[in-house]
Design a protein around this ligand. Structure first.
Ligand code: ADP
Ligand code: MG
Length: 699
């Protein structure tokens, strides 16, 4: 293989030089390859240049003509402020168009009479211009030589996000130079056979077409990055991604794990203990998990299940299997409240089965560390304190991580170091669309609990205006008088001077006043763990009927008798968060109510979120909607450390390509695990992952 021409530095390109080179480097374009993968963010169809005489008012049009005059008019507004109006008259032989800029007189110097230019903007015909069509603040580009007309007009023109110091035109010319240069001899890493099978275009052609599309290309397809050329580039990234993931998976599969061969004695006793039968989905997922555990390579499995689908029982089945084989287990929750709650419920069951259970959170530290180290403790339930403290296990065999989106990759790694290669089960109620799940947790196998336990009554979700207090109180009073319990969630703990949002502390007082015959409890993150535990216990056993809280109850709290969830300032909460909160109710057999109390002003996005919640109880749909409203970046909050960047591909938009890439990757690896027949693919793979793999390999 020849020298990698695309690795050449951008500042060495003819006509760029150090100054512009630095500017380009600032936006991540260091090499020719970087430039080629810096795609236009939109395209403009300039193939349809309109005659000025045929312009349609109110539409976006493009014309090409000669500058006849440019004048600056000064005038005073009614307020007395001085204003300028720059008018540039352009003639294309069929008529005259006036381009107008307000208070941008400095632009005049770019309009030289006699020069040809090209304008694109929305056409207006104002009465004061006596029928002469006008464009207010149009985009424009002058045509200085013939080459210009090849690059910037008469074609579908790419528009780039450029950077200060480089104009759109200069930027486009640079990219044109690189993409169409005779030097664009790129090595296509994708094997011929794959291209043939998938019908995807070649790499060089794709790179050229995304930068300099043919005039016949569908512009709307270009603008949604949906041309076969865009798809091809997305495919490449997915394929390299999948290949890398496959390598990681293979490496973990080779690692020596524990083979848990249990007779199922404890599991059998658990079944007898439960007041219900496991759902079909629970049974299926337990079979999948026990299958993994039996195998000799360490389990890495992601369990997805909507709120209330019964993930805890599945986890317990895995835990019992490990314990029966003589190993210790860890159940890690994201918050102390949740850890404590699991300790109460799971702990009680496990104790009945004669197992030893310990709670280990930030505030229980150092209590029974010796017992854990000696191997006396079978199950450690806790928070991340488990991995932060100097906790040593004698024989850690399994770690269950609940609500994993709160745990980063790093934490997973740390936990694994506690044992040799313990099995890991990660559980999440944030239903991540499949394509994304694979990407984020690509080194995990995936199980889905797609069935709720029977007898669940749907939750009625309603939006209330904050002024409709009486109706809200009526519903609450109704449920309370039937012996049911109520959650009220606030965005804040205390009143704050900087905000006029209602707070939990305030709310508690209000509810005590309105419902004097009932007991109101308060729960928030700043309370001491023992106080929190106390309140939760009292709510669980019914001594507290109204639990006023912040979002500390977001995940996992389970009180089947609670039938009302009130979210105050619902306009402030995220979609997934509210779905989680709503999941706290509807766990009993009576119907439940979720009241979303919104304060004005209500933005469009907030309105949409509330509508989605009212319209759907399906966590997967809600999370897709959430993703659509917020975009993947925000959806996951923090970036997933160690994953390579996708420059072209978009998990959601190109999910079809992700599927194809997955199939093709599997096919290639099956025939040639070492990719020995594909040196270029191997090279591309190494480049794509660079040092990332080390970060991400957790095995
Ligand atoms: P999540 O998936 O949200 O963690 P949980 O494990 O907390 O759900 O379960 C929610 C509730 O459903 C709990 O009260 C649990 O005891 C109950 N549950 C779990 N499995 C079943 C089942 N098969 N039938 C009836 N109730 C179940
Ligand atoms: Mg749970």
């Amino acid at each position: 293989m020849g020298k990698d021409r695309l690795a050449a530095r951008i500042r060495e390109l003819k006509g760029i030089g150090p100054v512009r080179g630095r500017l380009l480097e600032k936006i991540g374009i260091k090499t020719l390859r970087d430039a080629l993968y810096y795609l236009p963010f939109r395209y403009e169809d300039r193939t349809h240049i309109k005659s000025i005489s045929c312009l349609n008012p109110g539409t976006l049009e493009t014309v090409r003509g000669k500058i006849m005059s440019s004048v600056i008019r000064q005038y005073r507004e009614r307020t007395g402020r001085r204003q300028t109006r720059l008018e540039v008259a352009v003639d294309d032989g069929t008529g005259i168009l006036r381009a107008v800029w307000f208070n941008q007189a400095y632009r005049q110097k770019s309009f030289i009479v006699g020069q040809e230019l090209f304008l694109s903007g929305v056409v207006q015909t104002e009465s004061r211009s006596k029928g002469t069509p006008e464009m207010g603040h149009p985009e424009y580009e002058s045509i200085t030589d013939d080459r210009d007309s090849l690059i910037h007009t008469n074609r579908i023109v790419p528009i780039y996000r450029t950077t200060e110091g480089i104009t759109q035109k200069q930027f486009r010319a640079i990219l044109h130079e690189i993409a169409s240069g005779p030097g664009l001899t790129v090595h296509d890493p994708v094997p011929e056979e794959v291209l043939k099978r998938t019908g995807l275009p070649g790499l060089a052609e794709s790179l050229q077409q995304v930068h300099m599309p043919r005039s016949t290309t569908d512009v709307s397809l270009l603008n949604t990055q949906g041309t076969p050329y865009h798809k091809r580039l997305a495919f490449d990234e997915f394929m390299l991604f999948e290949l890398g993931m496959a390598r990681i998976r293979e490496a973990t599969a080779r690692a020596q794990g524990i083979s848990f061969v249990a007779q199922g004695r404890l599991l059998k006793r658990l079944r007898a203990l439960l007041p219900f039968a496991l759902t079909g989905a629970q049974e299926r997922v337990i079979t999948e998990i026990l299958g993994d555990m039996k195998g000799s390579s360490p389990m890495r499995r992601l369990l997805q299940g909507d709120v209330g689908s019964g993930k805890t029982m599945v986890a317990l089945a895995a835990i019992l299997t490990a314990v029966e084989c003589g190993y210790q287990t860890v159940f890690m929750a994201p918050t102390e409240v949740l850890a404590e709650q699991h300790f109460l419920t799971l702990g009680r069951l496990a104790t009945t089965l004669d197992l030893t259970v310990e709670l280990l959170t930030g505030s229980t530290r150092n209590r029974r560390l010796g017992k854990i180290e000696s191997g006396e403790v079978d199950i450690v339930i806790g928070t991340h304190a488990i991995i932060q403290e100097k906790v040593r296990f004698r024989r850690l065999g399994l770690a269950v991580i609940d609500e994993q989106h709160k745990f980063g990759v790093v934490q997973r790694t740390l936990l694994r170091e506690k044992g040799i290669h313990p099995d890991v089960l990660v559980m999440t109620a944030t239903p991540i669309p499949r394509s994304l799940a694979m990407t984020l947790f690509g080194d995990l196998d995936c199980s889905v609990l797609d069935e709720l336990p029977p007898g669940r009554k749907p939750v009625h979700t309603m939006v209330f205006d904050a002024e409709e207090k009486q109706e809200i109180y009526r519903i609450i009073g109704n449920e309370l008088s039937r012996g049911r319990q109520v959650y009220v969630v606030y965005p804040l703990i205390d009143d704050s001077e900087t905000s006029d949002l209602r707070s939990a502390t305030q709310g508690k007082k209000a509810f005590e006043r309105i419902f004097p015959e009932f007991t109101v409890g308060l729960l928030h993150g700043k309370m001491s763990p023992s106080d929190k535990e106390e309140v939760m216990k009292r709510f669980k056993n019914g001594a507290v009927q109204i639990l006023v809280s912040t979002t500390v109850i977001e995940v996992g709290i389970d009180v089947p008798n609670a039938s009302v969830m009130i979210i105050v300032h619902a306009e402030r909460f995220g979609l997934a968060q509210m779905h989680q909160l709503r999941g706290r109710i509807g766990r009993g057999t009576d119907s439940s109510h979720c009241l979303l109390v919104a304060y004005k002003p209500l933005g469009d996005e907030a309105r949409r979120r509330l509508d989605v919640l009212v319209g759907s109880a399906d966590g997967f749909r809600i999370s897709e909607e959430d993703l659509a409203i917020r975009g993947p970046g925000e959806f996951f909050g923090e970036r997933q450390a160690g994953l390579p960047d996708l420059r072209v591909a978009d998990m959601l938009r190109d999910s079809d390509m992700l599927e194809v890439a997955r199939t093709e990757t599997a096919g290639l690896l099956c025939g040639d695990p070492g990719l020995s027949a594909y040196p270029m693919l191997r090279e591309a793979l190494d480049m794509f992952w660079k040092e990332k793999r080390e970060l991400f390999t957790t095995g």
